[in-house]
Design a protein around this ligand. Structure first.
Ligand SMILES: Cc1cc2nc3c(=O)[nH]c(=O)nc-3n(C[C@H](O)[C@H](O)[C@H](O)COP(=O)(O)OP(=O)(O)OC[C@H]3O[C@@H](n4cnc5c(N)ncnc54)[C@H](O)[C@@H]3O)c2cc1C
Length: 480
């Protein structure tokens, strides 16, 4: 580590000693990413507890040319919150900025600080009869600041949109210490450029998000969750379209997983229950939800209306040969069992192998072609590779991940870049995106240069320079 003495003596006037971590044992959790693909080094971790303290840090950073790396829950998957190895950067963790400033039921909005953990926001809003629909498997650790900085997606994008769509306003601290207050609770506000959108998805390269005003919704009172076995991606797409129509567009989540992945999840988490015996090539996990309590209340003959919608849908799909096996959750515990399979998918593949990971999107109409062509291209080189392509089908977003054959492949490390290249070649044929929801981070900086429109890249650099002329904020992330 290399400490910038002038910076440290300046900020120690504004933070107390417990807010400046320099001990390597305590720093360890901040300088390595969740997947173990990125590790760096930092001069210190700073833990500001207020917008004013963030502002003092950003003022001092500008005055003393200090490199800053913002960090939330450190669940990012592209290395955006991890410093380089020079040891010069300081990480600003927003973890202590975790107050809920306001929940406004009439306006259906809340103002929360950046370090609030997503799951905590779920619990607090549900206690008020309200719903914050952003939902991802990292919800127990990721922060709303990180969700905004990455424009996170997750399993409910289909109905509610991604983090950008859920955001009404933000408070952001710029290099130099200025606080830009865009913390509007308004749903309509056409007063010039909507600057919040520049910061959403900017991965900590333009400013530090310290608080946000987020939309809330009516809390669903009834849900029906089912898993069905299907033989192809295109059948899964047909099912989604049917379920949307038959349920009156009540679909909250529609996830696809190949059988190969289910086997890996059950191997790595043997306590989980096998959801379907002998599934076909894929399973889909689908959920519909209603805010009307009557939809979840048994009628005189004992039927639960929302379950009835799902059952009718499954029966017709079965009769039409679209599915050959399905299960409907009858209670909250059964619902959780189905979700446990999906939510443990990232952890399972990480435990099983050093996967080739992707986070790609494409038109829904191209998913079948991509899946087939990518599988063919990978298996042409090595037909023992296990294809674990899963994800948010309705958004056209796949985590088309590959893991080595059962028992391990001694050449896997050499093969990984070859497979990665092949997958992106197939992706380019269907005009997909190299990053659907995880961002660019450090991982895809070079790749972005090859796929993004050159004028757009130029404009991105100009925007970066106007907010951060000395490139002190998260250098090397998003842009070279
Ligand atoms: C098991 C698992 C499942 C996941 N599932 C999904 C999923 O379904 N969908 C999805 O989109 N992502 C998913 N992710 C990725 C990750 O959870 C998201 O990217 C999340 O939004 C990151 O939040 P964080 O607080 O952990 O941010 P961090 O990892 O700490 O940071 C991420 C980026 O944001 C910047 N940043 C963080 N806080 C701020 C701030 N306050 N101001 C400015 N910049 C900031 C960092 O510099 C970094 O570039 C998953 C991750 C894991 C481990």
């Amino acid at each position: 580590m290399t400490q910038n003495t002038a910076f440290f003596s300046d900020i120690s006037q504004h933070l107390n000693a417990s807010q400046i971590i320099t001990n390597s044992v305590e720093m360890a959790g901040y300088i390595k990413d969740w997947r173990g693909n990125f590790s760096g080094s930092a001069a210190a971790i700073l833990l500001p507890a207020s917008t004013k303290e963030v502002s003092e840090i950003m003022r001092a950073a500008d005055a003393h040319d200090q490199i800053i790396v913002p960090q939330g829950g450190n669940t990012g998957l592209v290395g955006g919150g991890i410093p380089d190895n020079s040891g010069k950067a300081v990480i600003i963790s927003l973890a202590k900025m975790n107050r809920v400033r306001e929940i406004n039921a009439d306006n259906r909005s809340m103002v929360v600080e950046a370090g609030c953990i997503l799951q905590t926001l779920h619990e607090l809003t549900e206690a008020e009869g309200l719903y914050f629909p952003l939902n991802l498997a990292a919800k127990g650790s990721c922060s709303i600041g990180g969700n905004l900085a990455t424009n996170a997606g997750g399993v409910n994008v289909l109905r509610y949109g991604n983090t950008r769509d859920l955001c009404l306003g933000i408070e952001v601290v710029l290099i130099g210490g200025k606080v830009m207050n865009l913390l509007s609770p308004l749903r309509k506000d056409n007063t010039g450029y909507d600057l919040k959108h520049l910061f959403i998805g900017s991965e900590g390269t333009l400013g530090i998000i310290t608080a946000a005003s987020m939309k809330l919704f009516a809390l669903p009172k009834a849900r029906a969750t089912a898993m069905a076995s299907v033989n192809s991606v295109s059948t899964a797409i047909t099912l989604l379209e049917r379920l949307q129509r038959q349920s009156g567009e009540q679909v909250e989540a529609f996830e696809i997983m190949p059988k190969t992945l289910i086997d890996v999840v059950l191997k790595q988490f043997p306590a989980l229950q096998r959801p379907l015996e002998n599934p076909d090539a894929f399973v889909v996990l689908m959920e519909i939800a209603s805010t009307n309590a009557a939809d979840g209340t048994p009628t005189q003959d004992g039927t639960i209306p929302i379950n009835d919608v799902m059952e009718t849908f499954l029966e017709s799909a079965f009769e039409d040969g679209l599915i050959d096996n399905a299960t409907l959750a009858r209670n909250a515990a059964q619902r959780q069992q189905l979700w446990d399979i999906r939510e443990n998918a990232p952890e399972s593949t990480k435990k099983e192998s050093w996967p080739v990971n992707t986070d790609i999107s494409m038109p829904v109409s191209s998913l079948e072609t991509f899946y087939t062509e990518a599988t063919k291209a990978v298996h042409a080189i090595d037909d023992t590779v296990r294809i674990c392509g899963y994800g948010h089908l309705g958004d056209g977003n796949l985590h088309f991940n590959l893991i080595e054959r059962e028992g391990g492949d001694p050449d896997w490390a050499e093969k990984r870049p070859v497979f990665t290249k092949i997958l992106y070649e197939v992706l380019s044929k269907v005009h997909g995106s190299i990053s659907a929801e995880h961002g660019i981070g450090r991982l895809k900086v070079d790749q972005l240069e090859t796929v993004k429109d050159t004028v757009a890249l130029q404009m991105m650099r100009q925007i970066k320079t106007s907010f951060d002329p000395k490139s002190l904020l998260n250098p090397g992330v998003v842009l070279k």
